[in-house]
Ligand binder design. Sequence first.
Ligand code: GLY
Length: 328
Amino acid sequence: MSQRRKFIKQSLVGSAIFLPGVASAYTSSAAQRSVAGEKPVILSTWNHGVPANADAWAKLNETGNILDAVEAGVRNTELDLTNLSVGLQGLPDREGITTLDASIMTGDGACGSVAFVRQIKHPISLARAVMEKTPHVMIVGEGARQFAIEQGFPLEKEVLSPNAQKEYDKWKEKSEYKPIINIENHDTIGMIGIDANGKLAGSCTTSGLAYKMHGRVGDSPIIGAGLYVDDEVGAATATGLGETIIRICGSFLIVELMRQGRTPQEACEEAVRRLVTKSKNIKDIQAGFLAINKYGETGAYAVHPGFNFAKATASGNLLIDSNSHFKP
Ligand code: GLY
């Protein structure tokens, strides 16, 4: 049987789940409602998630490995020259230097991340190398660059992409330090996925906040903030103004809320509610979350309208508008 047919068959088998036993509040609550999940499923943030999901899905079909899939998916975005918020073509910090953050995690607790890293085209693969080849979780700055060289990652020339240079020149006319991510200035690809057997993985990569202070790091490389994955429960990822997401440990919070019995949708909504109550100037701040539980149910929610995400299943790869705390 071809790999693709095998996945489709497994996903059909996986979609009708009735839970034996009561192992936890989470399992117990799911057992009391009908679970409408579908596996495999891959979610990723924003419209750049559509081509990223397509690559992730192809990789899942090729290797059957959800970790390979979430790495391959966001590598697509890291190479997208039209993207100003992910990869080396992203907008620079206020000194004119592009610095990148990324993290990767699997549901057995393995994780790796890099932050404030320069000249590396695929920070997500460097994060995976930290996870697989070092005893550490996070390596930053010059240390990350040195580790990349040791691992044979090529160093790219440190020049801004034409689009980023144009935007940076425009910004320099006023040099207004206004660290805001709103719906016109969206950021980050966060991707989470579950395979037909219930194995989860996630990835998150960004050039971070445009015109940030040199050395600023957002939520994306911080395990528990931009990304969290636990095979016992589910996975979550975040996008938006990293400072607000770090303050509430957003992705970890969502996974823990799901562990306590919330659906992925309820957990995302509660995380946004908490973020809203803890943030000043919330009318200017966008942030959004995606979640999958171990049954393949999904959720998405944002602070403001405008957040969208891509959802890939055996029946297609759709761009979906998320609901939000503040209404249009
Ligand atoms: N969410 C990406 C950042 O704040 O850097």
